[in-house]
Design a protein around this ligand. Structure first.
Ligand code: TXA
Ligand code: MG
Length: 343
């Protein structure tokens, strides 16, 4: 398939919107990562997204809307919590999981009776949704399993020839995907951490929010001794997309955790050793507590190292238990397939 490469000019977005209306696939920038969009209410179009990404069909999509009131097309009941979250965080990188209306195709929600909804804080994304005149289902615009794309060139590398069009916009401001918050249970539950933190959601709601058990269990597993025998089933996540291995670079990756000086020394030692063995080694070591910057750069660094042919990536763990650093660590540990060493 020939992929059209488009700009963010209105005329090009109109072309992209027409493709979406006709059931085609368009990759577009958002403030978090690039998304691969299709008409969320067209089951055949959504099926093509799964195919292009090589994504398992039980993994539901986030539905993007252009006006907060459009959430009414997707769900019936707006609880006071939903309304305050919309007021506080939209447009922005917070996805709300709510009960779905029957008109939302099962394809879009992976067969679940809930739907994930988000109003992105990105001009081109909003223009595209508005001009298409339908909600747009969009997972991240990468091949399933590989790092999320934060730059147009990353999207082109993964999807050129597999989708109808790619809108080339600016690099994504946030760099990691939205926070996913489930509002269908008794307690608001974070299914995927992002730059909108548990603390800020609690402040907006005036009540406690919790993390899905798989997130905290995974962290425990990392802190535990392998001999403790924590089983993989303990991490069975409620969000089907939060798979055990994900965002994986081509290189082997090891996360080094511990006190900062020791982490730096261990990374240096492992780097020298591995280079002596003829391996090309890449290092990811963010400034201490520079979590926003880490979020912005993390996926781009993985992709750059892949294109440089790096064999092994050594990454310094971020010490943060529930803020933006925790969200980046969630991605880092998955990228490394939970391959971690403590110093
Ligand atoms: O920032 C983002 O959220 C980006 C941009 C493009 O908006 N999108 C994105 O989509 O990251 P994706 O498909 O890569 O991740 C969606 C996540 C997955 O973990 C999926 O399982 C979860 O949201 N999800 C979607 N619908 C859900 C639902 N109804 N219940 C629970 N989890 C859901
Ligand atoms: Mg994704």
């Amino acid at each position: 398939m020939k992929t059209l490469i488009l700009t963010t000019d209105k005329k090009d977005i109109e072309t992209a919107a027409r493709i979406i209306r006709e059931g085609g696939l368009v990759a577009f920038p958002t403030e978090t990562v690039y998304g691969l969009g299709a008409d969320a209410l067209n089951a055949d179009a959504v099926a093509r997204v799964y195919e292009a990404k090589g994504r398992p069909s039980d993994n539901p999509m986030i539905v993007h809307i252009a006006r907060a009131s459009d959430i009414g097309q997707l769900t019936r009941m707006l609880s006071p919590d939903i309304v305050s979250l919309i007021d506080n965080f939209w447009p922005g990188p917070l996805t709300l999981v709510v009960k779905k209306k029957p008109s939302v195709p099962d394809r879009t929600t992976g067969g679940l009776d809930t739907v994930a909804v988000r109003l992105p804080d990105s001009g081109p994304a909003i223009d595209l949704i508005n001009m298409a005149g339908c909600p747009i289902a969009a997972p991240s615009a990468n091949l399933s399993g590989s790092p999320s794309p934060t730059r147009a060139k990353d999207v082109i590398a993964d999807l050129d020839g597999k989708v109808d069009a790619i809108i080339v916009g600016d690099d994504c401001r946030v760099g990691i995907e939205s926070t996913v918050l489930d509002l269908t249970g008794e307690v608001p539950t974070i299914l995927r951490p992002g730059i909108i933190t548990a603390e800020s959601i609690e402040a907006a709601l005036g009540k406690e929010v919790v993390y899905d058990k798989s997130l905290t269990e995974a962290a425990k597993h990392v802190q535990a001794d392998p001999a403790d025998g924590v089983s993989e089933s303990d991490f069975k996540p409620k969000s089907p997309g939060m798979k055990y291995k994900h965002y994986a670079p081509k290189a082997d990756m090891l996360v080094v955790e511990g006190q900062r000086d020791k982490v730096i020394a261990e990374i240096e030692r492992l780097k020298t050793l591995n280079e002596r063995l003829g391996n090309k080694v890449g290092v990811i070591l963010f400034e201490e507590r520079a979590f926003i910057e880490a979020a912005h750069d993390f996926f781009a660094k993985l992709r750059d190292m892949d294109s440089e042919g790096v064999d092994m990536i050594l990454a310094g763990a971020l010490s943060d238990t529930d803020g933006v650093g925790f969200a980046v660590m969630n991605r880092m540990l998955k990228s490394a397939g939970y391959n971690i060493t403590k110093v």
